[in-house]
Ligand binder design. Structure first.
Ligand code: HEC
Length: 140
């Protein structure tokens, strides 16, 4: 469901920006759609942690524009990957406010005959698009 909306939104963006030619989406286009569709409600459109869900959560959503600064200067790819995927995270109480996207994306992959045999490719593709987008949001 969400993915077909994503593809629809992508087609709209592309037709609006390219006229009649259907160009390949850039990494940034894909990452932005993923981010705006799945993350902005909590982390905010600009990534500052001020999404509309903020007041309903026990923990404040992190500011995602300062990841590099807070984790030693370089974008912390592996850590961010594991937090987004969430399936290997063991929290102190086994739960967290941040959704477990690895599980969500995998469940979506299983709905498509072409993806269901290799769901992890689909999961990884979506996480890579998000990493690429988040790396671009970093403040200096
Ligand atoms: C329902 C609200 C919610 C949504 C939706 C959400 N997050 Fe989060 N996220 C949080 C909260 C709250 C935290 C703070 C840590 C915790 O919960 O343990 C967090 C933490 C993070 C962190 C760790 C940041 C740090 O400073 O260590 C990253 C990275 C992250 N989120 C990325 C994402 C991405 C990418 C998406 C979309 C695919 C997303 N989040 C969607 C609530 C959310």
């Amino acid at each position: 469901m969400r993915s077909s909306r994503l593809i629809g939104a992508l087609a709209l963006v592309l037709s609006a920006t390219t006229g009649t030619t259907l160009a390949q989406p850039t990494n940034e286009d894909l990452g932005r759609l993923e981010y705006e569709g799945n993350c902005a409600s909590c982390h905010g459109v600009t990534g500052k942690g001020d999404g509309r869900m903020k007041g309903f959560l026990t923990k404040a959503p992190s500011d995602l524009t300062t990841l590099s600064r807070r984790y030693g200067g370089a974008f912390p790819n592996q850590m961010v990957w594991e937090v987004i995927d969430g399936r290997t995270e063991v929290g102190p109480h086994g739960s967290r406010d941040m959704p477990v996207w690895g599980r969500v994306f995998r469940a979506q992959a299983m709905q498509y005959p072409g993806m269901a045999t290799q769901p992890e490719w689909y999961v990884r593709g979506r996480i890579v698009a998000l990493l690429d987008y988040l790396a671009r949001l970093q403040v200096k």
